[in-house]
Design a protein around this ligand. Structure first.
Ligand code: 3H9
Length: 694
C-alpha cells in the first residue's frame, strides 16, 4: 500500500504502520490510509491488527495546517468509526505523545498498550477547539465525565502510569512500539480476547457536585474563552444520548468553534511560537558549545536565570559583589529550587545535586574563566554595565559569549568597550526568569552569526521562546509597552480613571490592566524611567506624572501594600484607592485639562491602536523581523491574551484600515504621539495585511 499508512502481514497479525513525519499528524493521506487499512483488514484472513506509528511519537493530533481550509473526506471521526466498527480486534500502541486526534484514534481502537514514559492528552482547547473526533464522547465512557472534562479543559498530558490507573490503557510496556503491539496481539489471539468498543460502554455515574465545581474552576481560569465550557457541555449531554447522537453533536460544536476568530488566533499563536526560531541568518550555522554559564548578579533576575540554567542541565557560576551578597544569592536560588521540589517539579535528590555539584556562587570574577557564556544581570546603568564588560573582556576565555540582560540599553555601546564585539549579544529574560517563557535575543551590529545561533540554542535548552530583536531603546517588547502605556496615561489625563482602563483591558482579555501591572512591577520602575527619559524628552510629549506623587508618598505598589490599589488582608488582590483619582484630578487641573468620559470600547480601541502602530514601526524599522515576532513577544512576555493571537494578528482581524483610522482620528488632538507608522499606512494603501509579511 502506498502513502503514509502501510499494511503489513505478520502471520495472523496485521500491522497498520503510520509514517507521517514529523509528528504523524492525521493529514488527509493518513485518514485515507487508515480507512483503507481497516477495510483491507476486514476482508483479509488476519485475526487481529496492531496500529503503530513510526518515529518519535504516536499521532500528535489532527494536521493543524489543514485547519481553516475546506475539510476533505474521510474526516477523522469517520475514519475512527471505521476502525472501531471492525469485527476483529485492533490493538493500538501509544509511544511519545498521543495528542488530540491521535489520542482519539487510540480511543477508537479496541485495546491500548502504552509505553512507559509516553503521555496522552487532548490539548484542543489550546487551539480554541474541543476534541472533535470522539474525545468528548469516548473518554467519559472510560473515566467518567468529570475526569474526562478535567483532561480536555486543562489540556494536560496524562502519564502512562496515570492512564493505567484510570483505565485508559490496558497495559504498559517497556518494549519498542512494534514489539509491544505484537506481544499484546499474540495475547489477544491466545486468550481469544473479543472486540471491545469504548462507544458501547456505559458512562459511569456523574458526581454532579464535582462537575459543578470543575465548571466554576474552568470558567475562572479561562476568562474570555468559549471552548472550555462548550466541551464540558458536549461531554455532559453526550452521557444522556446514544453514542451516535453524542458524536454528531460533538462534531457540530467542533465545526462551530472552527469558524471562530479565537480558533484562528490560537492557531496563529501555535505556528508563530515555532516560526520565531526559524531565522534565515542562522540556518545551517553551528552554535558554540554551551555547558557552563556564568551569571553576574544574584538578584531576582540573575537568580532566576541561574535557576533556569540549572534546571535544564547547565553548570552555573554566579558572581556577586561580596561574601554577604554571595550568601544571599545562594540562599535565594536554594529557596527557588526548594519551591520546585515542593511543587513536585524536581526531586529532592536532584535539587541537592544541583546545589552541590552544578552551582558555584562566588565573588571572584576569575571563576568565569572557563564559562562558555556569561550573562550579566546587574543594575541597569550604562556605566555599571561597561565596567562589568571591561572585566569580562579581561577574564573570559576566547570564544566565550558575553551577554547582557539589559532591558533597554544600547547593546552596540556595551559591545564597543570590549575587544570582541562579535561575541557580545543581548539576552533579555523576563522576570521570574525560570518561569517566563520569552527570551528576547538582541543582535547587535557586530554580533557573529554563531553567537546568535547560540542564543537560540540556549533558548531551546531552557525551553524558552526566543524572539530576535534589533537594537533600540526597549527592543521589541519594552519599546512597544512604553508606547501603549503612554496611550493609557494620556487617556487617564484626558478623563478616564486608571481603574476603568484596567477593567476595560481585563475584559478584553489581559490578565491584568496596565495600572495593576504597574503596582506589581513597582511604581519606582515607572518613576525611574521617567527620570531617565527626562533629559531627552520632546516638550510636545504628553505623559502622566501622578506616579511620581505615589512614589514620593512611598506607595510603590504591591510591595508596600499601596499603589494605585490598596492591598491588605481584606483585599489581597487590591481595591481601587479613591485618593489616586484625587491626585490625578489635581494633575489635570494643573495641566489645564477638562476631563471627558471614555467608553470601555474607546479605551480598548486606542490602547490597541497604540500597540499596533508602534508594532508596525518596530517591524518597519527591522527591529522585529516579522509581525509574528511582535505577536510572540507580547503573548509570551506581556500577558497578551492568546485567544486574540497577538496585537498584529488582532489588527488583521479587525482591519488595518480601522486601526489607521483610530490613529488618524487621535492625531487630530495630538499629532505628536499619534503619528501613523509608515508600514501601517503602506499596508492599508496596498490593501494588505500584517500576515502577508509573516
Ligand atoms: C486535533 O487533534 C483536533 C481533533 O480533536 C479533531 C479533528 C477532527 N499538525 O512542536 P514541535 C509540527 S487538534 C501539523 O517543534 P516538539 C510543528 O509545527 C491538534 N503540524 O516538536 C513543527 O513543524 P516545523 C491537537 C504539527 O517535539 C513540527 O511538527 N494536537 C502538529 O517540541 C515539530 O513540532 C496538538 O495540539 C500538528 N498537529 O513537540 C499537538 N504538531 O518543524 C500540537 C506539530 O516545521 N503539537 N506540528 O516547525 C505539539 O504539542 C508538539 O508539536 C508535540 C511535539 C508535543 C507533538
Amino acid at each position: 500500500m502506498e502513502g503514509p499508512v502501510r499494511y503489513e502481514t505478520h502471520g495472523d497479525i496485521a500491522v497498520f504502520r503510520i509514517d507521517n513525519p514529523p509528528v504523524n499528524a492525521t493529514s488527509l493521506a493518513v485518514r485515507q490510509g487508515l480507512v483503507d487499512a481497516a477495510n483491507r483488514f476486514a476482508a483479509s484472513p488476519e485475526k487481529v491488527a496492531v496500529l503503530v506509528a513510526e518515529g518519535r511519537t504516536f499521532i500528535a493530533g489532527a494536521d493543524i495546517t489543514e485547519f481553516g481550509k475546506t475539510p476533505l473526506e474521510p474526516h477523522l471521526p469517520d475514519a475512527i468509526q471505521v476502525i472501531e466498527s471492525l469485527e476483529k480486534p485492533v490493538v493500538c500502541v501509544i509511544h511519545g505523545t498521543a495528542l488530540g486526534g491521535g489520542f482519539e484514534v487510540a480511543l477508537g481502537c479496541h485495546y491500548r498498550v502504552m509505553l512507559k514514559g509516553a503521555r496522552v492528552g487532548l490539548p484542543e482547547v489550546n487551539l480554541g477547539l474541543i476534541p472533535g473526533a470522539g474525545g468528548t464522547q469516548r473518554l467519559p465512557r472510560l473515566v467518567g465525565v468529570v475526569a474526562a472534562s478535567d483532561i480536555f479543559t486543562s489540556a494536560r498530558q496524562v502519564s502512562a502510569a496515570d492512564c493505567l490507573a484510570l483505565g485508559i490503557v490496558d497495559e504498559l510496556s517497556t518494549a519498542e512500539p512494534f514489539e509491544a503491539g505484537m506481544a499484546f496481539a499474540r495475547k489477544v489471539l491466545a486468550e481469544g480476547l473479543p472486540v471491545r468498543r469504548v462507544s458501547e460502554l456505559p458512562v459511569p455515574p456523574t458526581d454532579a457536585e464535582a462537575l459543578a465545581a470543575l465548571k466554576k474552576k474552568v470558567a475562572r481560569a479561562n476568562p474570555g474563552h468559549v471552548c472550555h465550557l462548550k466541551g464540558i457541555e458536549v461531554a455532559e449531554l453526550g452521557t444522556k444520548l446514544p453514542f451516535a447522537e453524542g458524536r454528531a453533536m460533538e462534531r457540530e460544536a467542533f465545526w462551530e468553534l472552527m469558524q471562530t476568530p479565537q480558533r484562528a488566533a490560537m492557531i496563529h499563536a501555535f505556528f508563530a511560537e515555532r516560526k520565531v526560531a526559524n531565522l534565515p541568518e542562522i540556518k545551517g550555522i553551528q552554535p558554540r558549545t554551551l555547558a557552563h554559564v556564568g551569571v553576574i548578579g544574584g538578584g531576582t533576575m540573575g537568580g532566576g536565570i541561574a535557576v533556569a540554567c540549572l534546571l535544564n542541565g547547565l553548570k552555573v557560576t554566579l558572581i556577586e559583589r561580596d561574601a554577604e551578597a554571595v550568601e544571599r544569592a545562594h540562599t535565594g536560588i536554594a529557596r527557588t529550587l526548594a519551591d520546585s521540589v515542593k511543587r513536585g517539579k524536581l526531586g529532592a535528590d536532584a535539587r541537592d545535586m544541583l546545589l552541590a555539584d552544578r552551582l558555584v556562587t562566588t565573588d571572584d570574577y576569575h571563576s568565569l574563566a572557563t564559562a562558555d557564556l556569561i550573562i550579566e544581570a546587574v543594575f541597569e546603568s550604562m556605566d555599571v554595565k561597561k565596567d562589568v564588560f571591561g572585566k569580562l573582556d579581561e577574564i573570559a576565555k576566547p570564544g566565550a559569549i558575553l551577554a547582557t540582560n539589559t532591558s533597554y540599553l544600547d547593546v552596540n555601546d556595551i559591545a564597543a568597550i570590549t575587544r570582541r564585539p562579535q561575541d557580545v549579544i543581548g539576552l533579555h529574560f523576563f522576570s521570574p526568569a525560570h518561569v517566563m517563557r520569552l527570551l528576547e535575543i538582541v543582535v547587535a551590529d557586530k554580533t557573529a552569526p554563531d553567537v546568535t545561533a547560540t542564543g537560540f540554542a540556549l533558548a531551546k535548552a531552557l525551553k524558552k521562546v526566543p524572539v530576535r530583536a534589533g537594537v533600540c531603546d526597549g527592543f521589541i517588547g519594552n519599546r512597544i509597552l512604553k508606547h501603549y502605556r503612554t496611550a493609557a496615561d494620556i487617556m487617564v489625563l484626558e478623563g478616564a480613571s486608571p481603574f476603568q482602563v484596567d477593567r476595560a483591558l481585563e475584559a478584553f482579555g489581559f490578565a491584568m490592566g496596565p495600572y495593576a501591572v504597574a503596582d506589581l512591577a513597582g511604581i519606582d520602575i515607572g518613576y525611574l524611567t521617567r527620570k531617565r527619559l527626562a533629559p531627552t524628552r520632546d516638550p510636545r510629549e504628553r505623559f502622566g506624572e501622578w506616579g511620581d506623587v505615589l512614589y514620593e508618598m512611598g506607595r510603590l505598589g504591591r510591595k508596600t501594600g499601596h499603589g494605585h490599589y490598596i492591598y491588605d488582608a481584606e483585599t489581597p488582590r487590591g481595591r481601587p484607592d479613591p485618593e489616586v483619582e484625587d491626585i490625578i484630578a489635581r494633575e489635570r487641573k494643573a495641566k489645564g485639562i477638562t476631563p471627558r468620559d471614555f467608553t470601555d470600547a474607546e479605551i480598548v480601541e486606542r490602547y490597541m491602536a497604540a500597540m499596533i502602530n508602534e508594532g508596525a514601526r518596530v517591524v518597519g524599522e527591522g527591529i522585529a523581523l516579522r509581525p509574528l515576532d511582535v505577536d510572540v513577544t507580547k503573548l509570551f512576555g506581556y500577558g497578551f491574551p492568546r485567544f486574540r493571537g497577538g496585537p498584529m494578528h488582532y489588527a488583521d482581524q479587525i482591519g488595518l484600515d480601522k486601526v489607521l483610522a483610530t490613529v488618524e482620528a487621535a492625531a487630530k488632538e495630538d499629532d505628536f504621539f499619534w503619528q501613523p507608522a509608515p508600514l501601517l499606512k503602506q499596508l492599508v494603501a496596498e490593501g494588505r495585511t500584517f500576515a502577508s509579511l509573516n
